[in-house]
Design a protein around this ligand. Structure first.
Ligand SMILES: [Zn+2]
Ligand SMILES: [Zn+2]
Length: 267
């Protein structure tokens, strides 16, 4: 039997009812190469940034770019990666009074972190406040030698699409053992591993990280386990290979008022 799917869900909770309670809604962003406007949700597009706030830069010692592995002198401007307006991702709870989520990263290789990859930073804002202040008209761009091509996203519009995901590696071991015989049925039917059926390795908001490697949930300094906020993955339209990473996952603690966040690289 063959069926075609745009992505999850694959009706897994019909086949395996025990999964239903573990389902989490996630919003796939489905980037398409284009010319997003500054007040539109985008990947790699222009950002609504307040004129009175300096554009972020990275001065981490030892970050470098191919081919010469040179570290640029001075700091390097970060690049826009994700901008989401609350109106486009209604299932993502925004902190009170805020309605824009922005992710930027330094597009160099950071070998001192857990993997060799870009270094992300997260911002929350209020759109009306930025419009009142006035927006930064010219976002500085890194120059030759100040970026690694693999981490420079091509501007893309997004088509937020809500789906349900289930834990893949986060599925409790005992439950996995119990369900194993029934997991094999959809695996054969769709000719895919359960890990791919359950969870989308795509650019998305919420849901479960599609770990390629054993789960590595960060905790904040107060010991709260963070929630998965955002996954950024290499997709064709983004024209960004991200080295050999499966993705960069962003996590957030909503229990702490300063909204601490962390990232994980998945290889
Ligand atoms: Zn850097
Ligand atoms: Zn916390």
């Amino acid at each position: 039997m063959t069926q075609s799917f745009a992505g999850p869900p694959y009706g897994l909770d019909d086949l395996i009812p025990e999964l239903a309670v573990l389902g989490r809604r996630t919003t796939l962003l489905l980037p398409k190469s284009g010319s997003p406007e500054v007040r539109e949700s985008s990947l790699g597009g222009p950002m609504l940034w307040p004129a009175d706030e300096p554009w972020p830069s990275c001065g981490q010692s030892g970050h470098w770019a191919w081919p010469n592995e040179k570290t640029p002198a001075g700091t390097v401007p970060m690049v826009p990666v994700v901008q989401l307006f609350a109106r486009d991702v209604p299932e993502l709870p925004f902190p009170e009074g805020l309605d824009v989520l922005q992710l930027v990263w330094c597009p160099l290789i950071h070998p001192h972190d857990r993997a060799c990859a870009a270094l992300p930073r997260l911002y929350w804002r209020n759109e009306a406040d930025v419009l009142t202040t006035g927006r930064l008209q010219e976002i500085p761009a890194p120059q030759e030698g100040e970026y690694e091509e693999e981490f420079m996203p091509n501007p893309c519009t997004v088509s937020p699409t809500s789906v349900v995901e289930y834990p893949n590696w986060d599925l409790p071991r005992k439950l996995r053992q119990t369900l194993q015989p029934r997991i094999e049925e959809p695996e054969e039917r769709f000719d895919m591993e359960y890990t791919q059926l359950a969870c989308a390795l795509q650019n998305k908001v919420g849901g479960y990280p599609a770990w390629n490697q054993p789960p590595d949930w960060p905790t904040c300094d107060s010991g709260h386990r963070m929630e998965h906020l955002l996954s950024v993955t290499p997709e064709e339209d983004l024209d960004m290979t991200m080295g050999d990473l499966g993705g960069i996952y962003m996590f957030l603690c909503r229990q702490c008022p300063e909204l601490p966040y962390a990232h994980r690289y998945d290889c």
